[in-house]
Design a binder for this molecule. Structure first.
Ligand SMILES: [Ca+2]
Length: 420
């Protein structure tokens, strides 16, 4: 009750201030006594840079939404540094955090209470660490506490190139190695490249794995994002043994790979379940302009490269003529131009900062901040930049067992983001 009163006061103060300045706001909402009053004061959009294109969004609020500002005093503290390209992270049952080191192809365990980092955990299959490759996302078995199984995504080097693959193995009792590591899934075809591996992995409620793959970037492979006989540019849904999960949408299509869940993706590096709706959401790298978040549903086509709000890195339009919307192709919930360069993401379900409840936090790489998105009814209604003054490339954001957010940077730092 006290928290609610405090927030209400903050809101009243903000409203008074805003009324004077003439800025718009959308009022407030009190559903029941347990609902914290959200500050819905709106500010100008956080993005003020010039867009790469004059493409028009499909609906109002699809990009450059109003800005919001967190009222609760919070801080981002560096609790560890010197990690080697941390890429993915998962919270162990005791609250410590298992982290992949991309180029090294190994794991470490971080103790968030002390900031201590373990010696590298080895025993994983060799990775191709050139370019964007290496050891990428990871997740723990829902029964990890009893079976100690870990699942990870990596770029697997093979004759003729490499591909995105999924491995699994058991974290040894002494936490020094992964025992019995096996490769359970390969996103084929193999290609000789070093870009766009996707790489995020997450369990669904039924105990199957969602895995994101990339379209490998090059013009030669890019069209395969639209091809159901290729695993490139997809979100696939597989069992713990790497087989197509039952109930997948193209199981009865003999020309399609049965593991495919959704297609037309470019390079998905963020996957998270929306705690309000239960839907799977993704973050996806666009080209220059056109980074997206999407609600991922079975069988749907997310458009790349047929539709996009971005252009080639070198400047030319994509598609002839370039189009951004087409019947039968899904529109992103939100997009950025200029880009965010979205990495891993998480919906905040902690209670330390009530106004963040159910907000989406996405690591930004080239943009060097964490994007906080306020979401209502599957639409983004507010955006804020978190830790923008740090000058870091944020690769992944997770929520710890303590309810704080933990962010991992390409430079090897770990931030704990929590109430001051
Ligand atoms: Ca798309």
């Amino acid at each position: 009750m006290k928290k609610q009163l405090t927030s209400a006061l903050v809101y009243a103060t903000a409203t008074a201030f805003i009324s004077c300045s003439g800025t718009n706001h959308n009022g407030t909402e009190i559903k029941d006594s347990s609902t914290i009053v959200q500050d819905t004061t709106k500010y100008p959009p956080v993005e003020t840079g010039k867009a790469n294109t004059d493409y028009k969004p499909a609906f109002e609020g699809q990009t450059r939404i109003a800005g919001v500002k967190t009222k609760t005093p919070y801080e981002g503290k560096v609790i560890a540094q010197g990690l080697k390209n941390p890429w993915g992270a998962a919270v162990l049952p005791d609250g410590r955090i298992l982290v992949t080191q991309q180029r090294e192809g190994n794991l470490i365990i971080l103790d968030p209470t002390t900031g201590s980092v373990s010696a590298p955990i080895t025993g994983l299959p060799k990775v191709d660490s050139d370019g964007q490759g290496g050891l990428l996302g990871l997740t723990l078995d829902p029964d990890f506490a009893s079976n100690r199984m870990v699942y990870w995504v990596f770029s697997e080097p093979v004759t003729g190139g490499n591909h995105t693959a999924v491995g699994k193995g058991k974290l040894s009792a002494d936490e020094k190695t992964i025992e019995g590591a096996t490769v359970i899934y390969q996103a084929l075809p193999t290609y000789k490249g070093k870009l766009h591996y996707g790489g995020r992995i997450i369990f669904d409620k039924e105990g199957n794995l969602f895995v994101s793959t990339g379209e490998r970037s090059d013009k030669e492979t890019r069209p395969q994002a639209q091809h159901l006989n290729s695993a490139l540019g997809k979100i696939v849904r597989i069992t713990k043994d790497g087989k197509a999960a039952s109930g997948n949408p193209f199981a009865n299509n003999k020309d399609a790979k049965p593991e495919i869940y959704s297609y037309g993706h470019r390079n998905t590096q963020g996957l998270a379940f929306n705690p309000v709706t239960g839907d799977l959401w993704n973050s996806e790298f666009g080209p220059r302009g056109g980074d997206e978040i999407n609600i991922v549903k079975p069988s749907l086509n997310y458009g790349w490269p047929t539709i996009t709000y971005g252009i080639e890195y070198g400047g030319p339009a994509i598609g002839n003529p370039p189009i951004q919307q087409k019947d039968g192709l899904e529109q992103p919930v939100y997009y950025w131009d200029p880009v965010l360069s979205p990495g891993g993401m998480v919906f905040y379900t902690g209670s330390n900062i009530p106004e963040w409840k159910n907000n989406l936090f996405i690591g930004g790489l080239s943009s060097m901040h964490i994007a906080r998105l306020v979401i209502e009814n599957n639409k983004v209604v507010g955006e804020e930049r978190i830790l923008a003054s740090e000058g870091e490339r944020f690769r992944d954001v997770i929520q710890g067992k303590d309810g704080a957010l933990y962010a991992f940077t390409d430079g090897g730092k770990v931030y704990k983001i929590d109430k001051k």
